[in-house]
Unconditional design. Sequence first.
Length: 749
Amino acid sequence: MNAKVVGASVARVGGEARVTGAQEYTADLKLFDMTHAKLVTLDIARARLISIDKTAAEALPGVLTVMTAEDLPQPVPRFGPHVDDRPVLAVGQVNYHGEPVAIVVAETPEVAEEAVRRVKVEYEELPAVVTVDAALAPGAILVQDPSLRRAGDPLADTNKFSEYHFGWGNVEAAASEADLIVENTYEYPMVTQFAIEPHACVAAPDGDGLVMWTTIQHPYQLQRILAKIFKLPLAKVRVYSPDPGGGFGGKQWPHVQPAVAFAALRTGRPVRLVLTLEESFQAVRRTSAKVRYRTGFRSDGTLLFEDVDSSFLVGAYADIADRVVTKGNWLAAGPYRVPTVRIIARGVLSNTPAATAMRGFGIPETAWAREMNLDEGALALGIDRVEIRLRNLARYGEEFVPGETPADGRWEQTVRRAAELIDWGEPLPAGRGRGLAVGCKSGPTTGISYATVRLLADGSAILLCGVSDMGQGARTVFAQIVSDELGVPMERIEVVSGDTAVVPFTQQTSASRSTVLFGNATLGACRDIQAQLRTVAATLYGVDESQIAAEGGVVRLPDREVSFAEVAKAALSSLGGEFIGNGMDRKDATPGHPIKGSAYFFELNCTAIEVAVDPGTGELTILRHVSVSDTGKSLNPMQVRGQDDGGAIMGLGHAMMEHYIFDEHGRVRNLGAIDYRIPTSKDLPLELITEQIENGDGPGPYGAKGVSEGTILCVAPALGAAVRDAIGVAIRDLPLTPERVWRAMRDGK
């Protein structure tokens, strides 16, 4: 009998190839007759295009084509996951620094780069808006042509792409009863996903269709968008998605892929485009946000109301950022019992790169403000900062947002454990401080995944999987489920993924959904095979099917046990063949729900940090970073810890150093790894502790919940609270750079 592997830290499927360099990523692919593309961009945020002279570039030996908007179907196709507002190439105007105005295709990358330099673009610089305040100011220039907005959109003549009103109760009435009201405004910076693997794409004609290899988290969504642009049946668009080398949301949706596809069809040859790191910064980033919180308390620390006004800077095009606005603000009151809530949330257009999904999906922006404000209330009331959270935290099964999924975890365990691990309440020397914060994110609100499992004649198995494995170890967890359910050793299981023509549909790889949705589908496929084996065994062994059980790789007959492999071999005999199981998990939209669907599960995390502040420089040393997550069931504890460690460090980057810097022309001045800092080994906490609370209360296989985003949700407010504890001053703008901390100490504000 095969040893159980679910719940064990088995080695990662494909892990050796990743660490040895043997794995081939999209940029490593070499196709016969492949050509190379580069993008032509302007070093400016907003400009009217007067002319594009391609003559010198096209005359260069080895150049196959130089395409501008004029070479595309008219009107130029536009695309996007939420609304079709992004043009394949800039039409008449550049709207952000780095927007492509042309694509060059040549025989070699070197020739393509030289051709880019020879393209002459005449333009007139136009004023740009790159901040929330500038975009919302009276008389601000419009980022988008109002005609591009949805018909009848009352916001079309403003830079508000959207505005949402959520909440319950009467804030004014609640405010009249409050013993304390704390009101502050907080800012969260614009940051980039910074995956190690560059964004890359190879497109080629495929008969009367199109084939594409690309770094994408949602191959089926890209297939849909390409089919729409090129007016092709889905069956004529094939998308390969080799395992991406990191994604963090930045590889969910297309940006340059349609332009590369047009170039491939124009040349009739495969076209390869690999973005530089600097170009990747201009292609994807997280929303920045300006958020005002007005929080009302009773004298005993009980929350009376939350009044939230938030503006998320979504960029020049909508991408998926409008969904970030809704999900990031729907739970703006957090996992607390708050009787009255008012939330006004808007997505604001700007002449900046389009914001897309990023780990945490809007929650870090609101958690930063809410948790810092909650600390202010606790300090003013003289209540311990952990205690005020425990008093207000929703309990298991309690509906803390009207009409939403009730609290699905014993969240107080998470908070108490984090406080214990950080030695909360123990005295600290001068210049040191502790902070603690809680973050809560809705998992997927809708979704569907199909899984197919094939049990072969020799007892080995194949799992067909539409989930992208970006390093999170998805294929490992799914193989563990197959191993336990069918009794097949891990080394005899093959997981096939990343090809829309082969694997069954999965809506997307995001919202920490894969272990739950696709895990349940895999479980269903395995149990489909178990049912088939019961029927076959009844015939093979002359036993009534009602007397047979099949689970865990074993068929149990009244008088003996037989392995699945033995039954398969006996049933298939010399003809060969296989048993094919299919499974599906589906989360439908919730009619009338303000964000179209209730949470399938919640990701809840409590982060606690102890910091030392250098009084002379403002430099921060993270002495201890504790992160405790509610995971339901950790199917592979080592992988869960890896996800938690990674999210914690990424959160420190956003809190301590990462941010885009714009100049007066709207240009990003810190593109690339030198001027844009991310955490290195010298910035890591001296002690990093990540733990998981497991109560088996999730909707996924064996009680699992999604875990990929939890530990990034509230790093910033935990650090901000620790810094405030150390220096006695609250800083409300991120990142907490040494200069910003030093100035706060100097000025006392």
